[in-house]
Write a protein that binds this ligand. Structure first.
Ligand SMILES: NC(=O)c1ccc[n+]([C@@H]2O[C@H](COP(=O)([O-])OP(=O)(O)OC[C@H]3O[C@@H](n4cnc5c(N)ncnc54)[C@H](O)[C@@H]3O)[C@@H](O)[C@H]2O)c1
Length: 357
């Protein structure tokens, strides 16, 4: 620590890394970015032009070996997350790792144990958990304003960017899954996932459905092959419904006072009819702060004050558990994969468990 300020090393400054460099750099009272690492010198030169005082290196060993760094931020492709996070924790650094946390539940579990054994903070960048509209939606649910949440559907679509090492579920669904689990506060119980590949052998479009231990249900549609950028989530409650559109600059949340009710009792089929309620549509004012800024501040508070991260290793692992189950389902053309409370998953067909994962 330099004085009172925590020192940050950022690894990976491709598309997303510069956003983390900027946000940590802006927290001038709490921290400073001392080193940036990328194997691509063009990217390092770009960072050096923006932040001339920051040390740059192509060697990850320089970051973990430095006594000028307290926090390592890993913003490289997922195939590198486990190894880098392990080496960072082993070197005694608090570690922020990008989503998805790692390639398997087992890797996540090892990182969680290592962080616990070393007494270090391990956090995962589930950025949307720090966004105002997502928090607003969660407050609505907690206050009971929506009634019982019956289901959530999420669509995250755009043209590209194609990833080489993962399919579209591993790339985009971590956002949907982390938000859905934050909203529902429930454990996943089963997953079905179908998809197809059109360009590079990785699924570029998928449909996933997830059941939860509390009876809730969610669907996720992700694509890298869509003409429009879509970031929509619908939360259907028994009293009200919410549409969250993250592409809207200001009016991201709309609350619909709409519902359908079945009759409490009926004696004949002729008496059975649904009642439809149509009320106001409300667009609340929501003060917005940059989610990454809130997240960087939260990481610093967790380190300084011993708080448990809102998106810690266990939250990262839950997302990876569902992604692993989704991959198993994809390989079996959408077969139902059960997830038990310990996070193990198993393919089920016609009520019979066929293959252990
Ligand atoms: N939280 C979010 O909203 C969000 C958004 C985009 C990407 N991401 C995540 O960020 C990570 C990076 O994604 P990206 O889109 O920035 O990828 P990218 O390919 O644009 O950048 C990755 C960078 O890492 C560097 N790199 C790769 N291996 C390295 C190594 N061994 N040592 C040093 N540098 C190395 C590459 O040279 C590249 O500059 C991924 O895990 C992705 O899922 C998160």
């Amino acid at each position: 620590m330099a004085g009172n300020r925590l020192r940050v090393g950022v690894v990976g400054c491709g598309y997303w890394g510069p956003n983390l460099i900027r946000n940590f750099s802006n927290l001038t009272e709490e921290c400073e970015v001392t080193m940036v690492c990328d194997q691509d010198t063009l990217r390092l030169n770009h960072v050096k032009r923006l932040y001339p005082w920051v040390q740059t290196t192509t060697e990850f060993n320089d970051v973990v070996g430095s006594d000028q760094i307290d926090i390592v931020v890993i913003v490289t492709p997922v195939s590198t997350h486990y190894d880098m996070a392990r080496r960072s924790l082993e070197a005694g650094k608090h570690t922020l790792v990008e989503k998805p946390m790692a390639r398997s539940t087992e890797e996540c579990d090892r990182l969680i144990r290592l962080a616990e054994a070393k007494g270090l903070v391990l956090m995962v960048d589930h950025t949307f958990i720090y966004s105002s509209p997502v928090r607003y939606a969660r407050e609505l649910i907690e206050q009971g304003a929506l009634g019982k949440v019956q289901y959530i559907s999420s669509r995250r679509l755009n043209l590209g960017l194609f990833q080489k090492d993962i399919n579209v579920a591993w790339d985009l669904a971590p956002h949907d899954l982390s938000i859905i689990m934050f909203l529902l506060d429930a454990e996943p119980a089963g997953v079905n996932c179908q998809g197809s590949c059109h360009l590079n052998g990785q699924e570029d479009v998928i449909n996933m459905s997830i059941t939860f231990s509390n009876g809730s249900f969610a669907t996720i549609h992700n694509s890298w092959l869509d003409p429009n950028k879509i970031r929509e989530m619908t939360i259907v409650g028994s009293k009200k419904m919410v549409c969250y559109d993250d592409t809207q600059p200001n009016e991201k949340i709309r609350i619909y006072d709409k519902r359908v009710e079945a009759p409490p009792h009926y004696d004949t089929y002729a008496e059975f009819h649904f009642s439809y309620h149509y009320g106001d549509v409300v667009t609340p004012y929501i003060h917005q702060a940059e989610p990454l800024k809130v997240e960087c501040q939260h990481l610093i508070e967790c380190i300084r004050d011993g708080k448990t991260p809102l998106t810690g290793g266990r939250d990262g692992m839950k997302v990876v558990q569902i992604l692993e189950a989704a991959s198993l389902s994809l390989r079996h053309n959408g077969g139902h994969v059960l997830i038990d409370p310990a996070g193990n998953h198993m393919l089920e067909r016609a009520g019979h468990a066929l293959h252990a994962a």
